[in-house]
Design a binder for this molecule. Structure first.
Ligand SMILES: Nc1ncnc2c1ncn2[C@@H]1O[C@H](COP(=O)(O)OP(=O)(O)O)[C@@H](O)[C@H]1O
Ligand SMILES: [Mg+2]
Length: 307
């Protein structure tokens, strides 16, 4: 297999809110992982564990408290000129959880989608701008007649398609999808995931796909990272993570996935996670260690030796 190319390298990333104050929150605490070109990295963990903050810090919506983010080898948070900043802003896009809240209700769909085209000067004429909008609408499974309507005229799934078209408009390389399907009906979720998969192939996109549980990420992710209280506790190829979860928190998340069969669902054992199981000695170093190639887990040396 050819050497995989790293699109992003996230190194010891920290995002502390209210740093040094009594209400300090270590939303992202020393998180390290790479994202390879063309892959989907799923990031899961319960609400409040720091997934969105990780995404927002990577994409530079927040300055990092510490650590580094390299995009194609260039430090995202380092000093840059105007052209470099604009380049980052174009190549890294975000799709949000709530398609209702993330689209400006006063703008027609054409103008929602064309916002990035205008900012980055990607169309030479009004006609070319509209042609791009029409193509984008068709790419995401809508049609050109939708261009003149307003966001409130669409269903949740259609609005998420508009959000995807808006992100695609600037020809990005990397898209952070922050719980893009959590607000949608279950019946619509698979359609949006399938659309994202199709677009990934066609346009060689790289995704960071954020979700709060492990049920849907399975279908889209090549690798999955699990976060707990600001820390990345496990990272592995998707199949490996489901087959061989090593961190007790990952095991508890997996046991929370509902089973399709109602009888096994009623009797399935849910495993809860209690951090005190680790029983670390004071100052015992707990590190992100590679257990088998590509399978990392946050553990002490003693735990590592017991795996
Ligand atoms: N702008 C902010 N100011 C202060 N605290 C924040 C801010 N954004 C998020 N947090 C806190 O950081 C932690 C992680 O939040 P978030 O990244 O939104 O988690 P998730 O996306 O996993 O639900 C939470 O405790 C949250 O309350
Ligand atoms: Mg979030």
């Amino acid at each position: 297999m050819a050497e995989r190319q790293k699109l992003l390298e996230i190194k010891n990333l920290k995002q502390y809110f209210n740093s040094g104050k009594i209400n300090e929150v270590k939303a992202v605490d020393n998180v390290t992982f790479d994202i390879y070109k063309g892959e989907t990295l799923g990031l899961v963990g319960e609400s409040g564990c720091g997934k969105s903050t990780t995404g927002r810090t990577i994409i530079r919506l927040y300055n990092a408290t510490g650590g580094e983010v390299l995009f194609n080898g260039v430090n995202v948070h380092g000093k840059k000129n105007h052209a470099q900043l604009k380049d980052f802003n174009r190549k890294m896009q975000m799709i949000f959880q709530d398609p209702y809240a993330s689209l400006n209700p006063r703008l027609k769909v054409a103008d929602v989608i064309a916002e990035g085209i205008d900012i980055h000067g990607l169309a030479k004429s009004k006609k070319e701008r509209m042609e791009q909008v029409y193509t984008l609408l068709e790419t995401v499974g809508l049609n050109r007649e939708h261009a003149n309507r307003y966001p409130h005229e669409f269903s949740g799934g259609q609005r998420q398609r508009i959000g995807i078209a808006r992100a695609l408009a600037v020809q990005p390389e990397f898209i952070i999808a922050d719980e893009p399907i959590s607000a949608l009906d279950v019946s619509i979720q698979a359609q949006v995931v399938n659309l994202m998969k199709k677009l990934q192939k066609e346009k060689e996109l790289t995704y960071l796909f954020i979700a709060h549980d492990l049920s849907m990420v399975k279908y889209i992710s090549d690798r999955i990272g699990v976060m707990y209280f600001g820390k990345l506790v496990e990272l592995a190829p998707a199949e490996e993570l489901y087959r061989n979860p090593l961190h007790p928190y990952t095991q508890s998340l997996l046991s929370a996935i509902p089973l399709p069969d109602p009888i096994s669902e009623r009797t399935r054992a849910r495993k809860s996670y209690n951090p005190s199981v680790h029983n670390y000695a004071e100052n015992e170093p707990v590190e992100f260690r590679e257990v088998t190639p590509g399978h990392f887990v946050l553990c002490s040396e003693k735990e590592f030796n017991q795996i």
